[in-house]
Each structure stands twice: as structure tokens, then as C-alpha cells.
Design a protein around this ligand. Structure first.
Ligand code: 13P
Length: 247
């Protein structure tokens, strides 16, 4: 089976105004010779502008969350169908910040994944343990259960990726060791194979949590790492391209 193309996705979180589009333009310029797929997931309001600006480049645009319904009385929410209509191709779902701050459960994430697929978006489904869970020796079990319960059967045969983001590594400058990353990614791969069969070997398993240019090569070349989900370092073209070029 051919190796899947790695994906480097930038999660801008709640950062970015129209002036930030210049960074996206610089990212597209620098990513022309990228060895993998490159995506930026800006705040929803920037998606239409960014899609217009990046059309014809090889940088994809994604959302950071989507509601499980296509439309309805859900004040303040954005649906997968709306993201698709705005030009997005991917969507991050189940990020730990949403799981923690908005009480998103695995079951909710699974419904959002179904909605994303129905809208024609490629989901990036996030999982990851807290520091307490890791210290208690529960990291593998916690993440395995998140993968099992957050990924609905409809994903079989569809394009998607899983992002392993240890909560304690996000925005902290801390990262697991290469051995810890490989152990977790192998576990996620085994779980995917159990759930979806051998065809899921092409599903990229991204690592996320304090990926920066200096540590990117080591992380991206670790076993079963199929790319990165990048927060802070995706906001500046120079930093993000330093990670893209580490592929
Ligand atoms: P940082 O790269 O800022 O640690 O954020 C990671 C993340 O949460 C990406 O989704």
C-alpha cells in the first residue's frame, strides 16, 4: 500500500483578523514545493476571504468546529454545510479546547463527524489525554476509547485524519518523547485497523501539541506520524513553513 500523503494543518484558534490574510498568502507562496498537503484552519469569518485568496494554490482551508445539524435554531453556531458553502474542504472536530470548554463528549464529536461527511468535508478528529490521565498510566486507554467513540462507522472508506494532541502539550512548549508519540500513534493505528480494516492504513495520524520548527523534523519522521496539527506556530508564515519544510 502506498504511504499516505502527510498533512500539516495550522489551527489558528481564535486568532486572526483580515490583516492576517497576508500570512496565509506568504504560507501559500512558501508551500508551493511542499512534500505533503498543507491546510490552514482560520476563524470561521475568515474562511470565505481566505478561500478566495488561496484559490489556485496548494493550501487547503478548513474550519475549527461545526455543529452536528445542517441548519436550525442554534444561536451562534456554524454548520458543516455552511463551512463547505464558504469554500472549506476540511474541518477540525473534537479539539480538546472544545471538549473541555464546551463539554463536547465523544458522542457529540461523532455526530459532528457524521455532519461533516454529509456536507462533503474531510474531518480531522482530535483525541488526547490530560496530564493527570498520563500520570495515572491511563493515556493509551483514554485515547483508544476516544478514537473508538468519536469515529462513527460512516468514516469507512472516507478521507479523514486523526490528530493525537496530548492536552498537556498544547501551548505549553512541552512535548512527549519520540518513543511516547510512536507508542500512542501505533495504538491509534491498531484501533483504526480494528474499526475500519486494512484500508485505514492510509489515514494520516497527525501529532499536535507544541510543534515548532526546531522539533518538527524529529516529530514528523517518527513512526506512524502522518503530519502535524499546529497551533501557535501556524500564525506566522516563517514558523509554519519551517514545519512544512521539515517534512
Ligand atoms: P500549539 O501548537 O500552540 O501547542 O497548539 C496545538 C493545537 O492545539 C493544535 O490544534
Amino acid at each position: 500500500m502506498t504511504a499516505p500523503k502527510p498533512l500539516i494543518a495550522g489551527n489558528w484558534k481564535m486568532n486572526g483578523l483580515r490583516a492576517s490574510l497576508a500570512e496565509a498568502r506568504a504560507i501559500a507562496e512558501g508551500a508551493r514545493t511542499a512534500k505533503g498537503r498543507v491546510a490552514i484552519c482560520p476563524p470561521a469569518l475568515l474562511i470565505p476571504l481566505m478561500c478566495e485568496m488561496l484559490s489556485g494554490t496548494n493550501v487547503l482551508v478548513g474550519g475549527q468546529d461545526a455543529h452536528w445539524e445542517a441548519a436550525g435554531a442554534f444561536t451562534g453556531d456554524v454548520s458543516a454545510q455552511m463551512l463547505k458553502d464558504a469554500g472549506a474542504q476540511l474541518v477540525i472536530l473534537g479539539h480538546s479546547e472544545r471538549r473541555a470548554a464546551y463539554r463536547e463528549t465523544d458522542a457529540i464529536v461523532a455526530r459532528k463527524v457524521q455532519a461533516a461527511l454529509a456536507a462533503g468535508l474531510e474531518p480531522i478528529v482530535c483525541v488526547g489525554e490530560t496530564l493527570d490521565q498520563r500520570n495515572a498510566g491511563d493515556a493509551l486507554a483514554v485515547v483508544t476509547e476516544q478514537v473508538r467513540a468519536s469515529l462513527p462507522p460512516e468514516l469507512a472508506g472516507q478521507a479523514f485524519s486523526v490528530a493525537y494532541e496530548p492536552v498537556w502539550a498544547i501551548g505549553t512548549g512541552l512535548t512527549p518523547t519520540t518513543a511516547e508519540i510512536e507508542q500512542m500513534h501505533r495504538q491509534v493505528r491498531a484501533t483504526l485497523t480494528t474499526m475500519f480494516g486494512a484500508a485505514s492504513e492510509t489515514v494520516p495520524i497527525l501529532y499536535g501539541g507544541s510543534v515548532k520548527p526546531p522539533n518538527a523534523a524529529g516529530i514528523l519522521h517518527a513512526a506512524e506520524v502522518g503530519g502535524a496539527l499546529v497551533g501557535g506556530a501556524s500564525l506566522k508564515a516563517e514558523d509554519f513553513l519551517g514545519i512544512v519544510n521539515a517534512l
